[in-house]
Design a protein around this ligand. Structure first.
Ligand code: NDP
Length: 356
């Protein structure tokens, strides 16, 4: 019980130590500091993930821990992560100057914008996302290992689900730099939503599908269902990753051809420019559709589409991203004025091309 409670604390400490100690590359971000200059970030997420998983594998190989340790202690470790998330929230929010009138709103939405320590070597947001991703991957592997240990076989569904989730995590860390150009980094503050979200919700809830099913033998699933799961997942990944990469390249060099091929199609007011071609011509947030499709693909990969609990994961994305698109739309309308209206006229749909 005690070990389980402190497992997420230990793992987050290991990730933080590795993040600081391992080599990283410095890059300019999109968010700006108080002096108006782009914030600098030191990134090494993929290496940290590889070493974390390697250390865990070595501990299993040396018989120091069971491969399904996180599964065995899943409830205690969830409680430990919740407490860690709450303590982190209080620690990061309370000493900072108030932003809203209500303390509750400040605790939830956060106060500091982009806290960094050790001369920028550690950025709170990037560490939180890295810690969340590493623990998510360990949970996926441990929950899958439980099926192998308990029932003597993984089954095609567990292998596919594990492989797709690993792709999801590795993809995020491969393109960590692109993430510097996203809403959370330039428009959100650090508090419960981001802190508790990354320390608890991200590593535990995202894996809700396997959490609810790994205690049972893997079901047999029709090949067509698994193929469909892969197609839906990678269609989503293409939309999401493609749109994010296209915007990242455009923000860095508005003249550059997208993916070295497409001349940028844009709307401009002479001063500012917005993309309206390629992925950004399909809908104003086709990347959100991509994220939702990836979650649907992962849920189908579990092989039991009639089991409702795993559908909470894609449903969560709908609940997160539909209001977020509205918020972002308001923010952009205020920032870009008539140019945003021109863009909305060119690209009429919010998230789903031709439909919504
Ligand atoms: P976007 O990457 O779409 O960023 C929105 C910002 O991009 C706008 O505020 C605006 O910023 C700029 N922008 C909008 N339209 C255009 C345009 N046509 N041309 C140029 N710039 C434009 O959204 P998010 O940051 O919310 O999401 C980023 C990714 O992260 C998405 O793929 C999303 O699905 C994913 N995500 C994943 C989550 C997860 O848990 N896995 C959770 C949440 C998001 P500016 O003012 O700078 O121009």
């Amino acid at each position: 019980m005690i070990l389980g409670f402190f497992l997420p604390w230990i793992l987050q400490a290991v990730v933080l130590l590795l993040h600081v100690a391992l080599p990283g590359r410095w890059v300019d971000g999109y968010a700006r500091g108080a002096d108006g200059r782009p914030l600098r970030y030191r990134l090494n997420g993929l290496l940290v993930l590889a070493v974390t998983v390697g250390l865990a594998a070595a501990a299993v190989a040396l018989d120091l821990v069971d491969a399904d340790l996180l599964w065995q202690h899943r409830w205690a470790s969830l409680v430990g992560a919740c407490v860690l998330g709450l303590l982190f929230t209080a620690w990061i929010v309370l000493p900072a100057p108030p932003v809203k009138r209500s303390l509750l709103a400040d605790l939830y939405l956060g106060r500091p914008e982009n806290p960094q320590w050790r001369g920028g070597r550690v950025d709170a947001k990037m560490w939180l996302y890295l810690g969340g991703a590493a623990l998510l991957e360990l949970n996926v592997l441990s929950f899958a290992a439980h099926r192998q240990i308990e029932f003597g076989q993984l089954g095609a569904v567990t292998i596919l689900y594990g492989a797709l989730f690993t792709w999801f995590v590795v993809d995020y860390l491969t393109f960590e730099e692109v993430h510097l150009y996203t809403y959370d980094l330039f428009a959100e503050r650090v508090g419960f939503k981001l802190g508790w979200g990354c320390l608890v919700f991200y590593p535990y809830f995202y894996v809700v599908g396997l959490w609810s099913q790994a205690g049972d033998p893997a079901p047999g699933a029709h090949t067509w269902l698994l193929v469909l799961a892969g197609i839906v997942f990678f269609t989503g990944w293409t939309l999401s990753r493609g749109a994010n990469l296209q915007k990242h390249a455009f923000k860095r060099d508005p003249q550059a051809k997208a993916f070295g091929l497409l001349a940028p199609q844009t709307v401009s007011d002479g001063e500012r420019t917005l993309l309206c071609g390629g992925f950004w011509g399909l809908s104003r947030h086709v990347n959100y559709l991509g994220e939702i499709l990836m979650a649907v693909g992962l849920t189908l990969a579990l092989g039991q589409p009639g089991d409702l609990l795993p559908w909470l994961y894609p449903l969560y994305y709908v609940a997160l991203l539909v209001p977020r698109e509205r918020d972002d739309d308001r923010r952009c309308a205020a920032k870009y004025g008539p140019l945003w209206d021109a863009y909305r006229a060119r690209v009429a749909r919010r998230i789903v091309p031709w439909i919504y």
